[in-house]
Structures are given as C-alpha cells and as structure tokens.
Design a binder for this molecule. Structure first.
Ligand code: SF4
Length: 288
C-alpha cells in the first residue's frame, strides 16, 4: 500500500487567503466584480472564481471602465491605478497584502527623502512582476530593479544605495547581493539594505526540503507563473531529484508511481488546498 501525504505547510499564504475571501464576499452581493490581473497565479483557482462571477481584466481594460467595482489583488498596484479609479469613479476593493502595503510605504518614504546626490533606490525583484511594478511606482518609476547578483555588479558604487527586496525573492541571493554591495561601495557613499522578504515564503523553504526528503516521489502543484512556486519547487529538487511540477491532476505521470512507496504532494503560496486534494484523489485511484 503506497503512502500519500499532503504537506500541511503548503497552500495559500494569509495575503492570498484574504484576497480570495474578499472576492468571495463581494461576489455574494451579486454586483459585477472585476479583478485587475489574475487574483492568484493559479489557473485552476482563477477558473473557480470565474465560475462565481469574477471578471479578470488587464490594465488597458481597467482604464476603459467607469462606475464599477474592481478588486486589487495581494501583489498591490502603483499610485496611477488609484488615480485612474478616482477619475473613472471606480470603487476599489483593496486586497493588497498588508506586507506589500508596508513595503510600498517604506519605499515611498525613502523616495520622498531622496536628495540631489542621486541616491539609488534598488529593488531586488523580477522585472515586470506586478508587485515590483507597484513598488517602482512609489518612486515615479525611478527605482532600479535588479534580478540577480550579476545585475547588482552594474550599480554605481560611487552613489548612495538603498536596497529592498520583492517579498517573494530568495533570502540567500539577497544576502549575497548585500555582501557584494557592502564590499564595493566607495568611501563617501552610503549603503543600507532592508530585508523585506516575506517569511511566508522564506520560512517554508526548510520545511518543504524536509518534506521532500521524506518521500520517494514529490508532486509539486503550482501554476507555472508563480514566482514563489518556482523557488519552492527548486528547494524540493535540491533534496529530491524525483520531484515533478504539475499544474493539476491531468499533468501527473502515473507511470512514476511504480518505483515509489511514499509520495508527497506540496505546493506554493498560490496553490489551493482543494487542488492538492484533487491530486491526492487522482493518485489514490492509480494505486492498489
Ligand atoms: S507571500 Fe507574503 S507578501 Fe506575498 S501575498 Fe503572501 S503573505 Fe503577502
């Protein structure tokens, strides 16, 4: 008899849980509700909410809307979005995660303190990611986004640097970047780094590694667009090469079960519990 375990530490973080709860509450009222961008980087959960009436729109479509309700997801938005909403009489249901909101405020405060010496506000994050766009928006587009240690090497070390991080980036690389800048900043310039990585993701890394080690075979359930999904799946792979990323039960290769006695199912902060359970049911129906 094969043993199948779902990781109790996997699944929605509180930011995503709150955003989805807000959407469901609004949808229950029966008035149309729009969401700016996918509410969560998980196609199956987006589909479930679509069935309940949630209409996902992009920024171009948002600009054309008037007199409606629009939900802002946990990633947050730049100030222009709130300005457009004000002009178009759009009611905002703000589900920006409190952790992201705090980070936006910190970056804005830093930017407002910026003097004429050309202080560089640097964000370690993914270019074009919604959260990063929201953060850069706090600086009128002036913040510099770096995606890696390699890119950090191109900063101007003769000028002050203030380093922040997108909430879901790797703590390890953030520390490497901090060390590198510390060692290369020129005399006369100052450097401060602020570890703004959300522990909802960082704290899951050791746990998910332990979980992945305990099983012969791992199915990591996550949308391919989820950045924390990529990071957490990478942690599984490091300790268990027999780890596979699947979007949903239809992507499970059941022939892999032949050589496994214990199977682990885990996922990202954007993976709903019901989807991990659906994978477990699919696996159960293929085991004796
Ligand atoms: S990962 Fe952290 S910052 Fe991002 S939505 Fe979840 S709780 Fe908020």
């Amino acid at each position: 008899m094969k043993q199948i375990e779902i990781d109790s530490g996997s699944g929605f973080c509180f930011g995503v849980t709150t955003a989805i709860k807000k959407a469901e509450e609004e949808l229950e009222k029966g008035t149309p509700l729009y969401c700016l961008g996918d509410i969560v980087h998980n196609g199956r959960e987006c589909e479930r909410l679509k069935q309940l009436g949630l209409i996902t729109i992009n920024h171009d479509e948002f600009q054309q809307l008037h007199d409606v309700k629009v939900l802002l997801r946990a990633h947050g938005e730049p100030p222009e979005t709130y300005e457009i909403a004000r002009q178009n009489n759009i009611e905002i249901i703000d589900a920006t995660c409190p952790v992201v909101l705090q980070l936006q405020k910190r970056i804005k405060r830093e930017y407002d303190l910026t003097d004429e010496h050309g202080k560089q506000i640097v964000i370690y994050g993914k270019n074009g990611h919604a959260e990063v766009l929201g953060l850069v928006g706090q600086t009128e587009g002036k913040a510099i986004v770096i995606e890696s240690l390699e890119e950090a090497k191109r900063l101007d070390f003769t000028k002050d640097i203030r380093l922040y991080s997108q909430t879901t980036k790797s703590l390890e690389e953030f520390c490497q970047i901090t060390d590198y800048i510390q060692q290369h900043i020129e005399p006369g310039a100052t450097f401060k780094s602020f570890d703004t990585i959300c522990r909802q993701v960082a704290n899951r890394m050791p746990n998910i590694r332990d979980f992945a080690k305990r099983h012969d075979l791992i199915f990591f359930v996550s949308g391919k667009k989820s950045s924390n999904g990529k990071i957490l799946f990478g942690e599984c792979l490091k300790v268990n090469p027999n780890s596979y990323l699947v979007d949903d039960p239809s992507e499970i290769d059941f022939s892999l079960l032949k050589h496994a006695d214990t199977i682990g199912i885990c996922g990202a902060t954007s993976t709903p519990k019901w989807l991990m359970e659906a994978c477990r049911q699919a696996l159960l129906s293929h085991t004796d």
